[in-house]
Write a protein that binds this ligand. Structure first.
Ligand code: AMP
Length: 509
């Protein structure tokens, strides 16, 4: 194995629908890594068939219609999430496999009678990408830069790292998808530009404002929604088709997983067709039978105007988020040099029209919407290995506040939304009881003033607090967020200087 090979860090775009990998040569030229047959995409799908074989990617997708209950897809939306809020319920409505609360305050997925943690599923997909890349490159790939939505919490980032670890893939760095796209666009062009990345992929939406100054990429503000993506556009179409069928035939197809899978497949294809055509047929023969044994068909024509009407609330939501990011950054539309489109769903003409109306000029076609993220990740991996003059500086922000739960249930914000990272902040605390030897902090991430409405990052217990009168033992708690947006916490006794042990316990809800 050559030196270059051993050092190589590939870039992986671990997408909700599809994943993709890229690699840079020693001189920094990037190419996407092809899968069999020249396809650059690996569907982010994991399945187990009747014989117990594990299938990943295209193999899993091919048998999807026939085995919908044991085919896990769009699982990225659940990675690093606790089963609180309506997450489990929301996802359960749109997938055919079973989703339930896991033992570690996480979400688990059932497949062929077995329960999987979401990071296990992600690890299978990462391993597949790693193996495809190793075959293609002719050496064993062991390191990668992996991208995540900018709007991912600390816990979601940790879960992606853990997924890599499970299969022996070192996730050298997690970077944000919009930042990676900006790298693919701007690196090596000696730019001085402010870009706004509008990234609408299969499952998630991110918008980031990034200042590019040659090799420095500085994120000014970011916002997003990890429950807004192409799948929701498909679901809007599916809901319409189901309602129409119910009206015509009095039959509810939503309880029939095989029928649902056929409708889902065609809904996505029709949605994509309607980006380039004004009208498309929506026909599925023999979708079900009447109680008398008569076959029933779906036979409709859909048009672009209808799709736009059905998905208008989704576009409205993305535009609200976009407006918020500009407000957060204190900028007007005129201060943005370029609007960049990333993610397959941005091919929908209505999205481009809305952005054109908002900014008064059309978005740029500067990057390939499906490939830019993996390319940016590979470029970053390359710069880490090359070092020296090739080093890139990525200055990012945290997407939502990080804080601790206060006694009254409020959130005490430690880092505000869009705080620059890396970052460190110390807060002081005192013991509240005589003889207290432990300090327990619940750390949350989210912008809600009520702590319980935010995502719990963990409960941190500092043991070994020096016993003393209430209010007299002074502690300093140091919060550090590293370049990847990952948090660590330490505590120190201010009088003795002693550092205290931290243990993290993920809370059971
Ligand atoms: P990505 O995660 O970036 O690969 O985005 C995948 C999403 O983009 C899926 O929901 C696709 O259905 C959607 N998509 C891909 N091509 C198009 C298109 N031409 N028009 C509308 N949506 C598309």
């Amino acid at each position: 194995m050559g030196e270059a090979a051993r050092d190589t860090i590939i870039g992986i775009d671990l997408g909700t629908s599809n994943s993709c990998a890229a690699v840079a040569s020693e001189s920094g030229e990037v190419r996407l890594i092809p899968y069999k047959g020249g396809d650059f995409i690996i569907p982010s799908i994991f399945a187990i068939d009747d014989k117990g074989n594990e299938l990943i990617g295209h193999e899993a997708k091919r048998q999807w219609q026939l085995n919908p209950r044991n085919t896990l897809y769009a699982t990225k939306r659940l990675i690093g999430r606790s089963p609180m809020d309506d997450v489990v319920e929301t996802v359960q409505h749109s997938v055919q496999y079973r989703v339930h609360a896991g033992a570690r305050n996480d979400v688990e997925l059932d497949c062929q009678g077995r329960s999987f943690q979401v990071s296990e599923v992600a690890s299978r997909i990462l391993a597949k990408i790693r193996d495809v890349a190793s075959d293609n490159l002719g050496f064993r790939v062991t390191r990668a830069v992996v991208t995540v939505p900018a709007y991912f919490t600390d816990r979601q980032r940790q879960a992606v790292k853990e997924a890599g670890k499970l299969v022996g893939l070192e996730v050298v760095r997690i970077i944000n998808e919009p930042t990676a796209a900006a790298l693919a666009y701007g690196l090596g062009k000696n730019l001085r530009e402010r870009v706004l990345v509008y990234d609408l992929g299969g499952g998630t939406f991110d918008v980031s404002i990034i200042d590019i100054r040659d090799r420095v990429f500085e994120v000014k503000a970011t916002a997003g929604d990890i429950f807004l993506g192409g799948i929701d556009f498909d679901n809007a179409l599916i809901a319409y088709v189901l309602a129409d069928f119910r009206r015509k035939h009095g039959v509810d197809l939503s309880a029939d997983p095989v029928a649902m899978q056929r409708i889902k497949d065609l809904a996505e294809r029709t949605k994509i067709d309607l980006s380039s055509r004004a009208e498309a047929p929506f026909s599925i023969p023999f979708i079900t039978m009447t109680p008398q044994g008569q076959p029933l068909n779906i036979d409709m024509r859909l048009d672009r105007a209808l799709l736009e009407q059905l998905t208008e609330p989704l576009l409205d939501r993305s535009m609200e988020i976009l407006a918020r990011v500009l407000t957060d950054a204190g900028m007007s539309t005129g201060e943005i040099d370029k609007v960049m489109l990333v993610g397959g769903q941005t091919r929908m003409p209505a999205i481009q029209e809305r952005l054109t109306a908002f900014f008064g000029r059309p978005p740029s076609k500067g990057v390939h919407p499906d490939e830019a993220v993996a390319i940016g990740a590979a470029l970053y991996g390359w710069s880490l290995v090359a070092g020296g003059e090739q080093r890139l500086q990525l200055l990012d922000v945290i997407p939502m506040a990080i804080g601790i739960e206060q006694a009254g249930g409020g959130t005490h914000v430690v880092f505000g939304r869009n705080a620059a990272i890396p970052n460190a902040r110390a807060i002081s605390a005192t013991n509240s009881r005589v003889g207290q030897t432990e300090l327990v902090l619940r750390i949350v991430q989210g912008d809600h003033p009520e702590a319980v409405r935010n995502e719990t990052l963990g409960e941190f217990t500092f043991s070994g607090v020096r016993p003393g009168p209430a209010g007299e033992v002074r502690l300093e708690i140091l919060f550090e967020v590293n370049v990847e947006g990952i948090l660590s916490v330490h505590a120190r006794d201010l009088d003795t200087g002693r550092e205290m042990k931290t243990t993290v316990r993920v809370t059971q809800s």
